[in-house]
Design a protein around this ligand. Structure first.
Ligand SMILES: NC(=O)C1=CN([C@@H]2O[C@H](COP(=O)(O)OP(=O)(O)OC[C@H]3O[C@@H](n4cnc5c(N)ncnc54)[C@H](O)[C@@H]3O)[C@@H](O)[C@H]2O)C=CC1
Ligand SMILES: O=C(O)C(=O)COP(=O)(O)O
Length: 385
């Protein structure tokens, strides 16, 4: 039996996949794994029973992934599972940043008499440009950025993209019409519209600051469907005052940006579609189940990918530091008991590593303890098929 805690509302079609061997609860007591969306986990003390956290979504800045790695908690996310939902809202955001639809609707709501006449008289206040032929800069060409770039191109925009770390898969998916911008400055200088699709990490925090705004084309429209603090809000407000930014569309409103007529605040709706919620939940549940039951690691953000088909009925799943000679010591303990190893896989990522070992028979309690007590070993699990 396994116990799962959900920290946010997770789609039922995903949770149903857990099946009878799982209990789902809303507290951490005895939890083997946690499912989360945007809830902040940095201040939550996790019990030692927790082996995995799955973020049903893309961004993991709400989870202390380094600390989790140190204590042997594997953190997963669901790459691409909500990308289409975000792409569709970004396309809406592009249009809303241009045409004064929100302002116009709000004004129209105030009309109650002689409406048709008032509309024709007042509509001149809500003129906004078309996006056709305008230049869109896409910063970050991952799951979302690629979809946005391709769709904007199909809508007739000229698209330039910047991503120094673009993956081969993403590059394969990118339309050949999207021009490669070698530097961020190139995008800032040329684009009429800029949309940002990078993760929030130390290196990207406040990437839109005073210096970046000073390099932008006056009148630019900026879209942020990624995270609040990618943009320095104080510098943004000045850039709006100075006429550099015409409209800022954000999916991450905070107090500082509320009430500004040039800022459209969307209440973090990027991934809020039934399709995306289901996709994310299904992927997150599959990842957690595969890890808890088989020891396989797929789509982790703090541990290496490691997948091995069962070669016997007994498996050791060992999380350890990525340090020399550790495998020899583990296998020496197993061999000392006269147990044969049928298959083995060892993968590393930065300071951490993971080893799966399938043995002919069960390693004894004493020797499991001996492995657990070795220097650089973080967590040991014995799995049974
Ligand atoms: N508004 C919403 O509801 C949602 C927001 N997001 C946000 O969008 C972000 C991106 O999501 P995905 O596209 O799914 O992630 P992804 O991991 O597929 O793509 C991120 C891309 O950013 C690139 N990148 C990293 N640092 C960069 C830099 N300094 N300059 C340019 N490119 C850089 C990476 O190489 C990668 O290709 C997430 O991290 C999350 O913060 C994601 C899903 C929903
Ligand atoms: O996946 C992401 O990074 C998101 O921002 C989506 O967040 P949510 O799952 O809607 O709370």
């Amino acid at each position: 039996m396994y116990t799962i805690q959900t920290l946010n509302k997770i789609s039922q079609s995903g949770l149903a996949l857990f099946g009878d061997n799982y209990t789902i609860q809303d507290n951490l007591e005895g939890a083997d794994a946690v499912l989360v969306r945007s809830a902040k986990m940095h201040d939550i003390a996790l019990p030692s029973t927790v082996k995995a956290i799955a973020r049903a979504g893309a961004g993991v800045n709400n989870i202390p992934i380094e600390e989790c790695a140190k204590s042997g908690i594997v953190v997963f996310n669901t790459p691409g599972a909500n990308a289409n939902a975000v792409k569709e809202l970004v396309l809406a955001g592009l249009l809303l940043s241009s045409r004064k639809v929100v302002e116009g609707i709000n004004w129209a709501k105030t009309l109650d008499t002689d409406v048709a006449k008032a509309v024709e008289k007042g509509k001149g206040a809500f003129v906004g440009p078309e996006i056709l032929g305008k230049k869109l800069g896409v910063i970050g060409l991952g799951a979302i950025g690629v979809m946005v770039a391709n769709s904007a191109q199909a809508l007739g925009m000229e698209v330039i993209g910047h991503d120094p770390y673009i993956s081969i898969n993403a590059a394969w998916g990118l339309s050949r019409h999207v021009r490669h911008a070698v530097s961020l400055d190139e995008v800032l200088a040329e684009a009429d519209y800029i949309t940002v699709h990078v993760p929030l990490v130390e290196a990207t925090k406040y990437m839109f600051n005073k210096e970046a705004f000073s390099k932008m084309k006056p009148g630019v429209r900026l879209l942020n469907f990624s995270r609040d603090t990618l943009v320095h809000n104080g510098d943004l407000l000045k850039a709006i005052e100075e006429g550099i930014v015409t409209t800022y569309v954000t999916d991450f409103p905070v107090e500082e940006v509320m009430g500004n007529p040039n800022i459209l605040t969307i209440p973090h709706l990027g991934a809020s579609t039934p399709e995306s919620e289901e996709n994310c939940a299904v992927m997150a549940v599959q990842e957690v189940k595969d890890y808890l039951e088989n020891g396989n690691i797929v789509n982790s953000v703090n541990y290496p990918e490691c997948i091995m088909a069962w070669a016997s009925n007994c498996r050791l799943a060992i999380i350890h530091k990525n340090t020399p000679a550790i495998l020899g010591k583990i296998t020496a303990i197993i061999a000392g008991e006269g147990i044969n190893i049928r298959d083995m896989s060892n993968r590393s990522r930065g300071d951490f590593a993971y080893t799966l070992i399938d043995t002919d028979t069960y390693v004894s309690e004493d020797n499991l303890k001996a492995i657990e007590n070795m220097e650089h070993i973080i967590k040991v699990r014995l799995l049974v098929k």
